[in-house]
Design a protein around this ligand. Sequence first.
Ligand code: ZN
Ligand code: ZN
Length: 267
Amino acid sequence: MLHFQSMKVINLASGSDGNVTYIESDEAKILLDIGLSCSEIVKRLALINVNPEQIDAIIISHEHGDHMKGADVFCSKFNKPIYAHRSVWVGLNNKLTKVKIENRRLFDGEEFSIKDMIISPFSVPHDVPCFGFSFIKDSNKISILTDLGHTTDRILTSVLGSQIVYLESNYDKKMLSLNEKYPLILKKRIAGPNGHLSNNDAAEFIVKLVVTGTRQVVLSHLSRDNNSPDIAFDTITNTLSTFGILEGKHVMIDVATSRPGVMFKLR
Ligand SMILES: [Zn+2]
Ligand SMILES: [Zn+2]
């Protein structure tokens, strides 16, 4: 019997106003982060013909509001399970008052599966416990990592072999340092080792990804105040070109925004 193994992924919202990504395999439909209101998520799922009742699970990367603010209403309304790392639940438990006990699922860092999809979590350095994830079905692998202050070899090893990577590209270094509205302490937090990735940090990591076979990168979690899609794209493609890596030839670079983005399919 002929069987098509496929995966789909689309970012439905990205950035400090809210993060939601939808990942689908033949059997599983998953939301990674749920940082919009329940009604807005339902609207955005409708754009891709997904009924919220069909969602199998929600995974939450960390306790910050831009990643979980729709969780209480969505999960209680549709009776859906939430998966988060044990250390993330320490902060989440008090914030999610409506989610039933049996829908609070925890993992300890090892791989787990939801229907036919394997989910491989890996911790990333942020100011609260935070996780990136690889979603794996047969030879297909999609990795999503935002809200990390720096990258490590361990993180690179975790995402190795991903065809598609959603990677944080939060801020332009110059824009952040010149931003008069941000107090120094906030600038230090963002640029610190447990804050967010700059465009330059992302570029260096993308070079390593492309060398190991990644062909599609989506720049994610861009700061509204300290970045722009054009600046992020230009910084990264310029850096890649100094390594002989050409956007459009060796790798495709896309930018996620606060609006639903491109749906990517793997066969
Ligand atoms: Zn965030
Ligand atoms: Zn965060």
